[in-house]
Design a binder for this molecule. Sequence first.
Ligand code: HEM
Ligand code: HEM
Ligand SMILES: [Fe+2]
Length: 466
Amino acid sequence: MKLNHLNGGQQLAVKYYTVAIILFVAQIIFGLLSGMQYLVPDLLLGVLDFNVTRTIHINAMIVWMLYGFMGSVYWLLEEESKTEIVGLKLGNIGFWLLTTAVTIVVLVFLLIQSGPGDDFTRWFINEGREYIEAPRWADIGIVICMLIFFYNAAATFMKGTWSGISGVLVLDLVALAGIYIAGMFYTPNISIDQYWWWWVIHLWVEATWEVLVGCLMAWGLMKTLKVDRKIVTTWLYIEVALMFGSGILGLGHHYFWIGTPEYWLTIGGFFSALEPIPLVAMVVHAVYDAGARQMKGNNNPALAWLIAHAFGNFFGAGVWGFMHTLPQINLYTHGTQWSASHGHLAFFGAYATIIIAMIYIAVPYIRGQEGIGSNLPDGGWKWKWSLGLLNLGVVGMTIALLISGYEQSFIERAVGGSTWYGYFAAQIHPWFVQGMEWRMIFGLVTAVGLVLLIWDLLTIGKQKQA
Ligand code: HEM
Ligand code: HEM
Ligand SMILES: [Fe+2]
């Protein structure tokens, strides 16, 4: 593909987006496999066990989203800073370094899978921290690539001009990269280990990633709807203040039962209950802007996915998170499919959606056009159906998992008193099993939506518009 008409940052972005989509596909394939293993427990037993398929499913997700974020920042970098990217070569080296590391890690996960509980395993096979299982050598590689990325963003803005959006963005990237290091701290004490590990996981998704997508949303609304910069920047400051104000101590909702002092019950319950507020602000902001512009933009698929993001973030993180965040409730729901229900809707609703929107913003420029008109030759059925099927699929899975989660909370926890007997009674109950079946059905719907999405991204705007 010839990309000479794009600026340097945008050329880098196309590479990041490409790997992001490939890893998204991997995520879905391994998600389908792990879902099937709930129904057919000896599927691939001894070849690709549940712990392996699940690890690849969720690590591929984290990594494709990081690729998507880096791609998005590189995409807007030169336009927003009004100057050329300072380290294009370095950026390319970082891209290949990261991609090589990710490939090796995936191959090791697939072929070697696990090792004895010693330092060698931790350094070269699997670190054992859910979501960030990459072994230590790869952690160091990832940190180097993040530093290159951070340097490129910060130094380019430094050379060009700063804006409200870029200021928030660069400060946020410091926090995002810095927090990753907390997940590399090693201790044999499982409580202390979990304590630091949540710094990465919670403070990423409920603080730094949220702020990052706030910046992308602000930029995306200017781009697709021509919303005034002053308006989006003001909203951004308000959202960021609320997000950090509630999300940082909201961390406590993961400290209820891991052996930390009891005051976390109060702190975590209180602050995490406030976390939905900035998410409401984000919905109001997006819907208000879209209404004020009468939904008239130059890129309908991107705009639709931005709106999907605003609602997905609010429901997945805000509503589904709030449902189980008070310790009195979490006592019963902790670690059940209820958490998986929230995890799926939140990650998809808050992050997959906005990355897809950013890719749609890029696509017409890649094809040498200014936008995606509403008069597409095929009526735009592909983007509309993929939007519909992906969202229907994930919402369907979310509801199915929620029903299984309710059943677990009642039968295993409330009635069974959290005993082994209660656990197994819950696992074989028809409501649980049916939830797992419906999750597979909607998982397939999601997969079809993804195939259509890729087909659309590869073809939209290629024919002359009618
Ligand atoms: C986009 C933002 C968010 C994402 C991506 C997200 C994702 C997740 C995921 C994947 C888990 C499961 C973690 C595990 O494996 O144990 C989780 C747990 C949890 N989340 Fe969120 N979340 C978000 C926002 C929120 C918000 C805003 C709240 C509260 C209002 C919340 C409340 C919780 C709680 C209480 C748990 C613990 C569940 C348990 O005890 O098993 N989350 N979240
Ligand atoms: C084809 C569709 C999918 C299927 C069949 C599927 C299936 C699964 C399964 C079986 C697990 C393990 C749950 C467990 O440990 O009990 C899982 C975990 C997870 N999946 Fe998916 N998944 C799919 C798509 C997605 C998508 C689109 C996302 C988000 C963008 C996602 C995010 C997650 C997360 C965050 C977890 C960890 C949840 C937790 O620890 O509570 N999955 N998925
Ligand atoms: Fe959290």
